[in-house]
Each structure stands twice: as structure tokens, then as C-alpha cells.
Write a new protein. Structure first.
Length: 188
């Protein structure tokens, strides 16, 4: 179940929830749109929201938010989760939950390739073997056009042009899939 569905089920508006829980409306609105994942809430906000909804905070944190999330929010949520749990646990969880397979099967090639590039990058920088056999078919794919993770997808005609314009080098693990990512550690 998604957060917005829970509000409908509990018959409470986002505005009413924010007011009763004492959290900013923008926080609740971001949960409704998928901009923020429930698992990224502070403990204080999660407890306040859960109390109003008459559920356990763990139930709130477990809500799904995968579908219909714009790429910029997907990336932000992904990198915040990486920062929160650390490289090794992040890799294990993505593999265990089959997130790459999920996005690939649901027609979200950019998200599948982004996660694959991130997993490969993290394995390499941590001296771990990459998951060769499982993702070899996906590794043969790439996006048709350069995809800039920080903005419009057709912003640059090539990776080289993007690098010139930004004055930064795209990470090779991402560039091979035509994804322009320059820093997976720079997350606010």
C-alpha cells in the first residue's frame, strides 16, 4: 500500500494529517507524491504521523512508494538510502529485494540501469565482485539518448558534451549506459 492510499483508507486529508501530527504540510505532500519515502522520515515525524493514523511507526515506514516516482525523486531516495545504510548493506538489499529486476520488468530502463551502475560502482570501490551472471543481459543495454540525472533527459546530445558543459567527468560505471552521473555521494 502507498501512503496516499493509506490516507484514503483512514479518511483523512493530507492537510488534516499535517495539522494533527504537527508536521509541515510539505512533508505530508511529499509523502503523497512519492517525493519522499516514508522510510526516510525522521523518527519524530514518523511517530507523530503514525499516532494520528493509529498505526505502528514500523507499518508507516514499510509503505510502498516505488511506482510513479519521477526519476529525480527515485535518485534522491536511492542515494539517501545508500547514505543511511552504507555501501555493503545497500548492495545486499537491492539484490535481495530484486529492485533492478523490478524496474526492468516494469519498463523503467533508466531506473534499472541506474541501480545496476550504482551496484557495480559500489562493488568495485569496495573490492567486491560484481553480480556477473544475473545481470549480463541487462548490461548489454543502454539508453538511446544521454540521460542527465539532474535534469531534462535530452539536455545534452552526448556524454562528452555534458562533461564539457558541466566541467565534470561522468562516472564511467554510469556513462556506459548513457547515464550522466557525476557524484553519488553528494546528497543533502
Amino acid at each position: 500500500m502507498e501512503f496516499k492510499e493509506l490516507l484514503t483508507k483512514k479518511e483523512i486529508s493530507a492537510y488534516a494529517l499535517a495539522k494533527e501530527a504537527g508536521v509541515p504540510y510539505s512533508c505530508v505532500a511529499d509523502l503523497c507524491t512519492g517525493k519522499t519515502a516514508t522510510k526516510n522520515l525522521s523518527l519524530e515525524k514518523a511517530c507523530a504521523i503514525a499516532k494520528v493514523l493509529k498505526i505502528e511507526p514500523t507499518e508507516l515506514l514499510a509503505l510502498s512508494h516505488k511506482d510513479n516516482v519521477p526519476f529525480r525523486y527515485f535518485r534522491s531516495n536511492t542515494l539517501h538510502e545508500l547514505k543511511r545504510v552504507g555501501d555493503n548493506k545497500f548492495v545486499s538489499e537491492v539484490i535481495r529485494k530484486r529492485d533492478i529486476d523490478y524496474w526492468n520488468k516494469n519498463g523503467e530502463l533508466a531506473k534499472a540501469l541506474y541501480l545496476l551502475a550504482l551496484i557495480d560502482h559500489l562493488c568495485l570501490v569496495n573490492g567486491k565482485p560484481v553480480y556477473d551472471k544475473r545481470f549480463n543481459a541487462l548490461r548489454r543495454k543502454k539508453l538511446d539518448n544521454p540521460f542527465f540525472v539532474g535534469g531534462k533527459s535530452n539536455m545534452f546530445p552526448s556524454i562528452t558534451e555534458a562533461e564539457k558543459a558541466m566541467g565534470r567527468i561522468a562516472m564511467p560505471d554510469f556513462a556506459k549506459y548513457n547515464i550522466i552521473e557525476v557524484d553519488v555521494r553528494d546528497v543533502a
